[in-house]
Design a protein around this ligand. Sequence first.
Ligand code: 6GU
Length: 227
Amino acid sequence: MRIDIITVSPDLIKSPFEHSIIKRAIDKGLVDVHFHDLRKYALNKYGKIDDYQFGGGAGMVLMIEPIATCIADLQDERNYDEIIYMTPDAKTLNQQTANTLSLKENIIILTGHYKGVDQRVRDKFITKEISIGDYVLSGGELAAAVLCDAVIRLIPGVLGDETSALTDSYQDNLLSPPVYTRPSEYEGMKVPDILLSGNFPKIDEWRADKALEHTKNIRPDLLENKD
Ligand code: 6GU
């Protein structure tokens, strides 16, 4: 998979790609991530990429021409399956979306800033808009990093069996059951007997019960979408 990220702050977004599972995925050649500084596509030598909004109001808006030029340059090289815009005024990211995106070959991610991008960018180029939650960040860069992490770890070969994504919370619209490790007793707090029993069918049943109970308590909305 190849991911091209178009941003006004490449430095803000690079560091998560230099660590842990994502770095390993890049080193193994399972994903190729490229950063494109929007300012390099500026209209003039002063690096102009934004302007005041028509109709008045505070905040700068990213202009269409630099973004159009950057996307055109990328599309000259290859076809893209999705051109994604990170913005708080969109549907929120969930595991299903991450699963779907992890199967794509080439994607572009455009991150917003200031007041966002000229609506015509969205109308002309964007195939998918994603928010990461109901709160506002100062830019889409961290949101893009979150999306990339959620997607990249699902690419076949990135996680080993021991950390299989299939047992993740959310994979089946359930939150995870509790987990324990040694010691089996800490200051009178005991690990549930069932987990020490060696009875694996019973342990699976216990975990399924706990996952359901936890989900009912914390996120009952998830159960409404569950078949
Ligand atoms: Cl994608 N961008 C910004 N700026 N804020 C957000 C977001 C995205 N998702 C949640 N909040």
